[in-house]
Ligand binder design. Structure first.
Ligand SMILES: C[S@@+](CC[C@H](N)C(=O)[O-])C[C@H]1O[C@@H](n2cnc3c(N)ncnc32)[C@H](O)[C@@H]1O
Length: 336
């Protein structure tokens, strides 16, 4: 018999070792199949070498070139269909059909237990179009398990829109969005195969990233050279929380290569697709610049270390019992 807390009328203050069976046997779940917590089947196919760390120019409505069960994590931000210069001006039905087709193509490519994370913004005011609602229905109808939804609070970086509607009047005030959504799905089961894989998240990151509201700034489209980039921080958090070292991270709408940079930075591998050759070229240039920056940082680090070590007494031997933690190697400064 479970000794943990049970769902009570007043909620349980501490939820470690919480027995949730009572809640999941409620009427609410009679029409919803409870998400599977089974062990994943462990089937994984390697990505061909030529696809590892590459960005393909193409249409993500056809992903037949990717082997089944070869991707561990998807992090993406689809075209917003908001008349950005790369957008096709699709009707709502056509737009949702694009997202559905790409998500359907991805399904067999994910390993059992693999995660699919979509960053979305809702659109308009007259009326408001809740894209995130439509997409969560599409994803669950395709068989993905929804794990949760993160509100990305863009804070002051969301810009100071002055579209007030009726200023200080109840006649027609307008909401000014300072947030976006980050929806998290799993394929087949909520669990990933651990099998000796290494998680790279630190304790502090885990405590912070498991909260459902994330606050960090947007990035400048001008600076990145793409009309709608998301910040490396967004992808970094998703990778740290939902994947293991050396996993394959895929972005079907790669744009300026942000997902690739976050993957390299966390010792994962990337694969991306973008329909525009210009964006593929730009993403590859950005990745090359990232590698150059890292090489210089390493050289400088070596020089600084060299200087420091000169000061260390040669007689002092290193303590072999002290091993550096994987998470210590990650430059935490980029998260702040
Ligand atoms: C919102 S942007 C992604 C930006 C990216 N997250 C970044 O940080 O730069 C969407 C991208 O999807 C691409 N795209 C649009 N339709 C596509 C399709 N059918 N297949 C592949 N890429 C597509 C666009 O060219 C655009 O670069």
């Amino acid at each position: 018999m479970s000794k943990g807390t049970k769902t009570s009328e007043f909620g349980a203050p501490k939820r470690e070792n919480h027995d949730s069976e009572y809640f999941y046997s409620s009427q609410m779940y009679t029409e919803i199949t409870p998400a599977s917590n089974r062990e994943p089947d462990g089937i994984e196919n390697p990505l061909p070498k030529k696809l590892v760390n590459s960005i393909i120019q193409g249409d993500s409505k056809d992903l037949s070139f990717i082997p089944d069960s070869s991707l561990h994590l998807i992090v993406t931000s689809p075209p917003y269909n908001a008349r950005k210069n790369y957008d096709e001006d699709l009707s709502l039905t056509e737009y949702l059909a694009l997202i559905e087709k790409v998500s359907m193509e991805i399904y067999p490519k994910l390993v059992d237990g693999g995660r699919f994370i979509i960053n979305l913004a809702n659109l308009g005011r007259k009326p408001y179009i809740p894209i995130s609602d439509y997409i969560s229905l599409i994803m669950t109808n395709l068989g993905y398990i929804q794990r949760g939804e993160i509100i990305w609070d863009k804070g002051a970086s969301a810009g100071s829109s002055t579209a007030w509607g009726s200023w200080m009047q109840a006649s027609n005030p307008t909401l000014r969005d300072v947030h976006e959504y980050i929806q998290v799905y799993s394929k087949g089961t909520l669990k990933r195969c651990k099998d000796g894989r290494i998680a790279t998240i630190s304790r502090e990151e885990f405590m912070e990233y498991t909260k459902s509201v994330w606050k960090f700034s947007t990035v400048s489209a001008k600076k990145i050279g793409h009309p709608a980039p998301f910040p490396v921080e967004l992808v970094y958090r998703c990778i740290q929380l939902y994947s293991f070292e050396n996993d394959i991270v895929f972005d079907p709408f790669m744009g300026s290569g942000t997902t690739a940079i976050a993957a390299l930075d966390t010792d994962r591998k990337y694969l991306g697709v973008d329909i525009k050759q210009d964006f593929v070229d730009h993403a590859n240039e950005r990745i090359e610049a990232y590698h150059v920056e890292k090489r210089y940082a390493k050289i400088l680090e070596g020089k600084v270390k060299g200087k420091k070590s000169d000061k260390i007494e040669k007689s002092k031997k290193p303590n072999k019992n002290v091993k550096s933690k994987k998470s210590d190697k990650i430059d935490k400064s980029k998260n702040k």
